[in-house]
Design a protein around this ligand. Sequence first.
Ligand code: FES
Ligand code: FES
Length: 230
Amino acid sequence: MKRVSTSPTPSSASSLFSRRVSRRDFLRGLGTTAISAATLGAQGVASELAQANAEKVHGPGAVPVTLSVNGERRTFTIEPRVTLLEALRMNAGLTGAKEACDRATCGACTVLLDGDPVYACSVLAIEAQGAEIETIEGLTKSGELTRLQHAFIDKDGLQCGFCTPGFVLTLTALLRKNPHPTEAEIRRASAGNLCRCGSQPRIIAAALAAGGTETAAKATVIHFHDHALA
Ligand code: FES
Ligand code: FES
């Protein structure tokens, strides 16, 4: 293999240094560099401040916020501190996204923002302006359940259902990008969603089924008449 360059040894480096640059030159150069860096830093801060001052201040009172939700543009008069989840549930009347932890840990509030899952409890409604927002209600606008929703029913992928809209949206985003995901890909994609009822294995089975992969049943339903005490 051709050697492109070699690293100088410490002694060769110091002799090179003493031949070409005196200590005074070196220190003077350092000082100049530090002053240039400080000047550039100060200019950067000043220009950021000027930009911040020029920006329009929103709030603290209510302001008009226009959101594009499930293909419809809707304007609400809300305070800038209102989260996307609150705006969807309280202002748009779309209660499919659920509030559970309200601190970006469970995924019950998941909606799609330009096709990607986000925690709606941790995004301000005002920040979501200009993006395409999709909620669970948007998936069934045609009146039909999606293939994934049917799979949730077939695989018994829910108990209380509180986590379900978030899971469905997260996995919908995955299946749109990757129509035949592996179990590992499903687990990775839905790692930000938690099911407190213990339906997670059946949720994964549902996503696999929606992608065309059938799995062995993890649990058998015991019918009452088969039970020893019946
Ligand atoms: S309610 Fe938003 S992540 Fe839990
Ligand atoms: S079905 Fe109850 S939290 Fe998932």
